[in-house]
Write a protein that binds this ligand. Structure first.
Ligand SMILES: [Zn+2]
Length: 403
């Protein structure tokens, strides 16, 4: 059995312990000591980290009455030897802030709406609290935050002690413990009394700012994401920097950001609409110019043949569509080099050439495959240097491909 020093002295960072057992956990060396201030993962609170004899701890596990310290590598000391353990205080104090903050929040929801806590988890970045209440409003969240932070500012003492099971039943605990025997109690003066095995701050003031970041309905429950203490400061810091930078860039006051974003979104909608219209006009202009510049074949069919170097395939497709809609006797033979090798053949609906069969033949020059309708077909391949040959082939032979 390992004595849990953190029960009585949560602020103890360094301790001496005797080795009771040296074992292996998942192939890694592990130690069981006669006493320890390393907290094992349990009850929603993650394990402590730190060092034993200067070797990193990778995990701390609870196994009935034993606490197992899993080490990164083995140590020389043997059974009965004394070792020095040192916990990662930054991590532990963070967990103390989050866990005490969770007790305050849980008590606040219970006091305000009789909404009990179902479960909680202290994550690496965000903590979650599931409470028995659905359809929580922003106003209600704000009310719980205000009450919780008032409890922080009142700097109430947080006391930890053990009581017998019988006495625990008389205490009107917020959370009923599952185990028998002595019960560990965490009491926030005149506010909350709860059974808990975790590590806690000595006063509520040390918890720092308690902030609910967001919440979501989960059936009849609600999951709240929250942070406390230094995490709240870090969160406030980056959000403040972000807002400061954005308002500087936009040269407006931080308080006017909301309105400014609304205005910008509206302007963006308008600009997009205008851009669409301008693009449409430009495509029409390009289509007309290409028809005007086209060469005549057999004094009847207008031929437009062109290789595009940098253009967007979808825009070229739209241009082809425009051309064949504008003119009743045009054949379009396009190649596009910007996205591999692509060819696009089309003709006016009134013409009876089979572009689908033609592109299958011409596609061989770009080692490509494709097809489409009789008046609009496309093919894609790997050989961009074959595009000119594909277009020349099509130009010479399209009259042979009749539907
Ligand atoms: Zn607790």
């Amino acid at each position: 059995m390992s004595k849990r020093l953190y029960y009585e002295e949560p602020y103890l960072q360094e301790f001496k312990g005797k080795i009771l057992e040296k074992i292996k956990i998942g192939g890694k060396p592990a130690l069981i000591l006669d006493n320890t201030c390393f907290y094992p993962t349990s009850g929603g609170q993650p394990n402590d980290l730190g060092y034993i004899q200067g070797v990193s701890i990778v995990d701390v596990i609870e196994d009935n009455e034993k606490i197992i310290h899993v080490l990164k590598e083995g140590i020389e000391e043997e059974f009965g030897d004394t070792v020095i353990g040192k916990i990662d205080w930054e991590r532990r104090f963070d967990h103390m802030q989050q866990h005490s903050g969770q007790h305050i929040l849980s008590a606040a929801f219970e006091k305000l709406w009789n909404a009990g806590t179902v479960s909680f988890n202290l994550g690496d970045e965000i903590c979650t609290l599931d409470i028995m209440k659905d359809n929580i409003t922003s106003e209600e969240v704000k009310k719980a935050e205000i009450l919780s932070n008032n409890i922080v500012l009142e700097n109430k003492s947080i006391k930890v002690y053990f009581v017998y099971q019988e006495r625990a039943n008389e205490l009107n605990l917020r959370k009923i413990p599952p185990q028998k025997g002595d019960i560990r109690i965490v009491e926030i003066k005149d506010f909350d009394i709860c059974a808990c095995c975790g590590t806690h701050c000595g006063t509520t003031g040390e918890v720092g700012l308690i902030k609910i970041l967001k919440w979501e309905k989960r059936g009849v429950k609600t999951r709240l994401d929250f942070i406390c203490g230094k995490r709240s400061f870090k969160d406030y810091y980056w959000k403040n920097e972000l807002i400061k930078n954005i308002s500087n860039k936009l040269t407006i006051k931080e308080t006017e950001l909301g309105e400014a974003v609304e205005r910008m979104l509206e302007e963006r909608k308008e600009t997009r609409k205008e851009l669409r219209e301008i693009k449409e006009k430009l495509q029409e202009y390009k289509a007309k110019r290409l028809i005007d510049e086209s060469s005549l074949k057999d004094n009847r069919i207008k031929i437009i043949s062109k290789v595009f170097e940098e253009d967007n395939f979808q825009e070229v497709r739209e241009l082809v569509q425009k051309i064949i809609n504008l003119d009743e006797s045009v054949v379009v033979l396009f190649g596009i080099k910007s996205e591999g090798a692509k060819i696009l053949f089309a003709c006016s609906r009134a013409l009876k050439y089979d572009m689908n069969r033609l592109i299958r033949e011409a596609g061989k020059f770009i080692e490509g495959r494709g097809g489409g309708a009789h008046n609009f077909a496309q093919a894609g391949g790997e050989r961009a240097e074959g595009i000119e040959d594909a277009l020349n082939y099509a130009l010479e032979h399209f009259q042979e491909f009749i539907i």
